[in-house]
Design a protein. Structure first.
Length: 88
C-alpha cells in the first residue's frame, strides 16, 4: 500500500474508497493518464496533512482472478477513431 500526503486538501467522504488513483501528463498538448492504483483508505485526522492510501495497480492485477486492464490509446490526431486494448 502506498501513502500520499495531500496537504490540507484531502478526501472528506468514505465514498472515495475504491476510486482510481492516476497521474496526468501534458506533453506538447497531448494529455495522457497513467493508472497508479485505487484508494483503499483515507486519514483526515491532521488538518494540515490529509493522507490517501492506495493499492498499486500491479498488486491489484496480480492478485485478481480473470481481471483485465482496459486502456485507451488515441490514434493519429486527425483521426476520430480510437483503439481499445485489454492487458492481462
Amino acid at each position: 500500500m502506498n501513502k500520499v500526503d495531500l496537504g490540507a486538501i484531502g478526501f472528506e467522504s468514505q465514498a472515495d474508497i475504491g476510486g482510481p488513483v492516476y497521474v496526468q501528463n501534458n506533453s506538447g498538448g497531448v494529455i495522457t493518464s497513467q493508472a497508479l492504483g485505487h484508494i483503499v483508505a483515507t486519514n483526515n485526522d491532521d488538518p494540515q496533512h490529509k493522507f490517501l492510501y492506495y493499492m498499486p495497480i500491479d498488486k491489484v492485477l496480480t492478485t485478481a482472478i480473470n481481471t483485465e486492464l482496459l486502456i485507451y490509446v488515441p490514434e493519429k490526431e486527425n483521426n476520430s477513431r480510437t483503439e481499445i486494448k485489454y492487458l492481462k
